[in-house]
Write a protein that binds this ligand. Sequence first.
Ligand code: SAH
Ligand code: SF4
Ligand code: F3S
Length: 477
Amino acid sequence: MIELQHTTKTHDESRQGEALDMRPTGQSTGRKLYIESYGCQMNFSDSEIVASILVDRGFETTKDYKEADVVFINTCSIRENAEQRVRNRLKEFESAKAKNPGMVVGVLGCMAERLKAKFLEEEKLVDVVVGPDAYRDLPNLIEKVDDGSKAVNVLLSREETYADISPVRLNSNGISAFISIMRGCDNMCSFCVVPFTRGRERSRDCGSVVKEAQELFNAGYREVTLLGQNVDSYKYTKPVAEGEAPEPAVNFAQLLAMVAEVSPELRVRFSTSHPKDITDEVLHTMARYENICKYIHLPVQSGSSRVLELMNRTYDREWYMDRVDAIRRIIPMCGISTDVITGFCTETEEEHQETLSMMDYVKYDFAYMFAYSERPGTLAAKRYEDDVPEEVKKRRLTEVVNKQQEHSLYRLQNFVGKVQKVLIEGFSKRSDADYCGRNDQNTMVVFPVDERFKPGQYVEVLAERCTSATLIGRIVT
Ligand code: SAH
Ligand code: SF4
Ligand code: F3S
C-alpha cells in the first residue's frame, strides 16, 4: 500500500448520538482538532474514526494545525524513513505549541504502538500516545492532559473493530470511500512490523460493513474500497445467543458479493490480497459482479522462493505464478499491482534477477517498490543480518523501478484505442477543464469536462493516448 498523507478539511456535519458527560453529543465545545495521517489506507480510515469519536464529543475539525487545540499525527512504522518523516513533522509543530501552550499534541497509530511511553521521553512536545485499538479512550486521555498529566494508552485488543462508529469522511471527494473490514494481522512476514503495531487479526461484523456501504451509497458515494492487511482471510462468525443455532461463517468472497449487491451502481474495490490466501471463489465472485472492479493488489515481495521463505511469506514462486494464471484465466481483463522489496537479508544478485523475471512474467499494471528497511523487533531483525549494502539495495530498487515503468507503459498503451468505463471523481489536478476518474483496472483517465455529466456519474471514455501513468481521452457515451 502506498504511503499517503492528508489533513482534515473543515466539515459542517452535525452529528447525533448518545448523551455523554453533562452535555448533549455533538454540541460544540469550540475546541478544534487537526489530524494528519501517514502510512497505509488503514491509517487514513482510522483517522476518520478518530475524528468521529471527537466530533461526537463536541470537537470541530480544522485543516490548519496552527489554530488547533488538539493536534494529532497518525503515524506509520513500516520503514525507517516513514518514522523519520513523522519526527521531522513533530519539530514543525514546536513553534505552534510554544505560541499556544494549551495545545495538546498526540501521536496515534503504529509508531505510538511501537514506541509506547518511550515516545514521551524521546519527543518532549508530545502529550499523549495512543495505539490503534485505543481510540475510544481518546476523550478521556485528552482530559488527563488538560489536567496537566501526560497520557498513554497502547493496549491492543482482540475484539475492537470500531464497527459501530460511523466515520467522519475527511478530505473526501464525496464519491469514493474506504471501509475497514478487519484489523490487525496474523501473518508473521519476517520483515514486517504490522503484527506488532496492529495486533491480532479480527474481522468486522459483515452486517455493519454492508450497512456502511449502503449509507455511503445513499449519501451519493459510488465507490467503496474494502480494507484489510489480508482481506482474503476475512472470516466473520455471528455470535450466537442462547438457544440459537450457529450460522456459518462469512468469508471474503461472500462479503464481496454482499457489498456488491448494495447496488450495481456502487463500485467495489478491495486491498490487500495475500497470494497465499486468495481463492478461486474470490476470483469467480469478481467475475460474476460487473461492479466489483477488475483489479487486484497482490504483493509479491520477491520472485525468489528462497527469499520468500526467509520472508516467511508462506508461498513460493510457483504458487504465486499459479495465482496469477488463475486471475488471467478467470478474469482476463484484470489489472494486477504489487509490492516489491529489494535487498532483503542475504538476497543474491541471481535472486534479484528472479524478482525482475517475475515482473516480466506478470507485467504488473502498477507497483509500490521499496528497499528493505530493518525494523526493530521483527523476526528478520532477530534472525538475519541486514547484510545487503545500502547502495546495492538502491541499485536493485532502481532496476525494479525501471522495469516497472516499462510495464506500466505497456499496460497503458494496451488501453489506448479502447473504450473505458470511468467513474468521474472530480476535476483533474491540472485543470478545471478536465475531469478525472479511474477505469475498472484502477488506471487514472483524464478527459475534457462535458456539462451533461457530473462527478459521481459513469461515462464511457475512449482512451486516445497515454502518458506514463495516465490515459487521456474523450467521453463517447
Ligand atoms: N499487508 C500487506 C502489506 C502491508 S505493508 C501485504 O501483506 O502485502 C505494505 C508494503 O510495505 C509491504 O507489502 C512491503 O512491500 C513493504 N514493507 C513492509 N515492511 C517493510 C520493510 N521492513 N522494508 C521495506 N518494505 C517493507
Ligand atoms: Fe505485514 Fe505480512 Fe501482515 Fe502484510 S501480511 S501486514 S506484510 S505481516
Ligand atoms: Fe499501515 Fe504503516 Fe501501520 S503501513 S498498518 S500505518 S506501520
